[in-house]
Write a protein that binds this ligand. Structure first.
Ligand code: UDP
Length: 243
């Protein structure tokens, strides 16, 4: 059997990744595709924790015009991530027959376990895919930060951020054809250049705890698996300064 490069990973998916070409919500073919990519990684024997965003359903920052406070909007956003987590859970279990657990930072007892760090680690050790919902449980944070936090808590060796582009660029490659691609960049440069691949809090947390971040294109089939098998795919963000 091919030997994976990592034993335990935390994979961050944005809510928008679930939309596919739709404007909103969850696209059936897309969630099945994403589940397939996760399963391929799981079949390598890698322990997988997932954090999914909520931007395909609701974002806290967009509520002002509705007369909703930012904090309430953020809680709504966190609940949106629970919806996505449940969708991913069922998709993984029904299409591919593996065991999963959803653990949430806000209690939603009827549908998910509450997050308990040691229990999450136990699930991972047993080979269950663990999906962390409701972000950090706190308003004014993001699911990127939740991903960094949970990666540290469960001892993931890497935080893998799935995106729509091949990795980190100096500018948005969809808008700027001269954007430079980085195959390796330091946390410091990401922060100083304000590259916006992850929010600054998440990047800083990874920097302080020396967890590498890998950024790759989820839309390229098989890339996650190849990356886990050690291929040089996407961008690695770590403490190494550019030479
Ligand atoms: N959110 C929050 N605290 C958290 C995580 C998320 O308040 O710890 C809220 C916030 O309103 C955010 C929304 O949940 O806009 C959805 O998360 P995010 O924007 O990170 O999702 P993504 O962009 O990854 O889809």
């Amino acid at each position: 059997m091919e030997k994976p490069h990592y034993r335990r990973i935390l994979l961050k998916l944005s809510g928008e990744a679930l939309m596919g070409k739709s404007e909103f919500g969850i696209d059936p073919a897309t969630i099945k595709y994403i589940s397939g990519e996760v399963i391929e990684a799981h079949m390598l024997g890698v322990e997988i924790a997932l954090v999914v965003g909520g931007g395909n359903i609701f974002r806290g920052a967009s509520v002002h015009a509705l007369g909703i406070s930012r904090a309430t909007g953020d809680y709504m956003g966190m609940l949106a991530t629970v919806i996505n987590s449940l969708a991913l859970q069922d998709s993984l279990e029904n299409f591919f027959d593996i065991e999963t657990r959803v653990m949430t930072a806000l209690r939603v007892d009827a549908v998910a376990e509450k997050y308990v760090r040691r229990r999450a680690i136990r699930h991972l050790e047993k080979g269950r895919v663990v999906i962390f919902g409701a972000g950090t449980g706190n308003p004014y944070f993001t699911t990127d930060t939740a991903a960094a936090l949970r990666a540290m808590e469960v001892g993931a060796e890497v935080l893998i951020k799935a995106t729509k582009v091949d990795g980190v660029y100096s500018a948005d490659p969809k808008k700027d054809p001269d954007a430079k691609f980085y195959d390796n960049i330091s946390y410091k440069d990401v922060l100083n250049m304000d590259l916006g691949v992850m929010d600054a809090t998440a990047t800083q947390l990874c920097r302080e705890n020396d967890i590498p971040i890998r950024v790759f294109n989820l839309n390229k089939k098989g890339e996650l698996k190849r990356m886990l098998l050690g291929e040089k795919i996407g961008t690695i963000i770590n403490s190494k300064e550019q030479v």
